[in-house]
Design a protein around this ligand. Structure first.
Ligand SMILES: *Cc1c(COP(=O)(O)O)cnc(C)c1O
Length: 379
């Protein structure tokens, strides 16, 4: 059997090595390493793929979130509502900008921010909502946009885990995640569904004014060289990364499909096992399975993980500590917040390998092993 990894970027590269190598060599030959042709091409192609007016590339997904919040012109102390059950980058940038993160509960089924909890958390200081499309499935963007409209709030989507995912509105129309809120942010970290060979990120918006601000902030606050209108930063997508991403973008739908096939295999294998709760599939969203994350019921997670490790099956806990319990947020006195579902998930979730290069031999070995570990579970 081929070795098992959480992601197999090596095998994925080798399938398209010829194209990727040529794209990289072309950039090297051009020596247009910064904001070269490849960056513009990729931004245009990604905008076309997403069906959005503007794509502004930047250095990574964390920068995308930071620049997005900077573009909203918020004041220190303004409140930003976000889930606690997410990767730290989502919430960290809020505090970095001297804004106040307001951590709310997630939905019991999708693990994405709960619209009901959002509305309850709104105060006169609330200015923005940052939903996260966790594990590759969309938050309830229809409900979130309704709340945002009602209270005049900005919505910045953290789409780092769900690029390629479609959200379906009740009127029958669909949009790509990241293009529904005022600004969408994504990451091209190598293990993401559209991964570069290094760091990368992008913001997207349909709003011309916001697009100009995002562009300016990512470029030292300038529109015209050496005339700096606002305080910005230096956040660029490397030309070499853009060239690679341009090649890989053409495969993104196939990559999503491959991940969905892995998930379908797991779903079926675990269907009748009470100790495993498989990922919920919402009727209003596709799932592009950035992670295949199960909940273990009545199983010691550490022991389970250790048994898989012994068999050469990697697994990960995304995320063992919710944001509101992180020391970095002590100043906000949120440690005692009661988010029971978030706590439950941090104790119970575990993610199994899911990537674009898995074969049936590997999947059978993983599912057989998982089931036998569960059966012999002595807890
Ligand atoms: C990966 C990720 C980010 C940050 O992306 P980087 O490119 O690593 O900075 C932000 N939010 C979520 C949910 C992520 O998974």
């Amino acid at each position: 059997m081929r070795p098992l990894y959480m992601v197999d970027t090596h095998s994925q590269y080798h399938k398209i090595k010829h194209q990727v190598d040529k794209a990289v060599l072309d950039v090297m030959e051009s020596t247009a390493f910064i904001n070269g042709k490849a960056v513009k091409e990729f931004a245009g192609n990604l905008a076309g793929y997403l069906g959005v007016k503007h794509v502004i590339p930047c250095a990574n997904g964390t920068d995308a979130l930071q620049i997005a919040l900077m573009a909203l012109g918020l004041q220190p102390g303004d409140e930003v509502i976000t889930p606690s059950f997410t990767y730290i980058a989502t919430t960290e940038v809020i505090a970095l900008l001297r804004l106040t993160p307001v951590f709310v509960e997630v939905d019991a089924k999708t693990f994405c921010i709960d619209p009901v909890a959002i509305e309850k958390a709104i105060t006169p200081k609330t200015k923005a909502i940052v939903p996260v499309h966790l594990y590759g499935q969309s938050a309830d963007m229809e409900a979130i946009m309704k709340i945002a409209e009602k209270y005049n709030l900005a919505v910045v989507e953290d789409n780092a885990q769900a690029i390629g995912c479609d959200f379906h509105f009740s009127d029958g129309t669909s949009k790509k995640t990241g293009t529904i809120g005022h600004i969408g942010c994504t990451s091209f970290y190598p293990s993401k569904n559209l991964g570069a060979f290094g760091d990368g990120g992008a913001m997207c918006t349909n709003d011309d004014v916001l697009a100009e601000k995002l562009r300016m902030i990512a470029n030292h606050g300038q529109k015209e060289r050496y005339y700096h209108e606002v305080v910005g930063c230096n956040s660029r997508l490397d030309s070499i990364q853009a060239a690679i991403l341009n090649v890989k973008l053409a495969y993104l739908d196939d990559y999503c499909k491959a991940r969905q096939e892995v998930a379908a295999y797991y779903d079926k294998a675990f269907e009748t096992t009470d100790q495993i709760i498989t990922p919920f599939k919402a009727s209003n969203s596709d799932h592009v399975y950035h992670q295949y994350t199960i909940i273990l019921e009545g199983v010691n997670r550490d022991a389970f993980k250790a048994r898989l490790d012994e068999k050469g099956i990697p697994s990960m806990i995304y995320y063992p500590v919710p944001a509101h319990k992180q020391k970095m947020f002590e100043q906000f006195e949120v440690g005692a917040l009661d988010l029971p579902l978030t706590s439950y998930l941090t104790e119970r979730v575990i993610s199994l390998p899911v990537h674009t290069e898995m074969d049936e031999v590997q999947l059978k070995f993983i599912t057989d092993t998982v089931l036998s570990v569960i059966e012999n579970n002595d807890n």
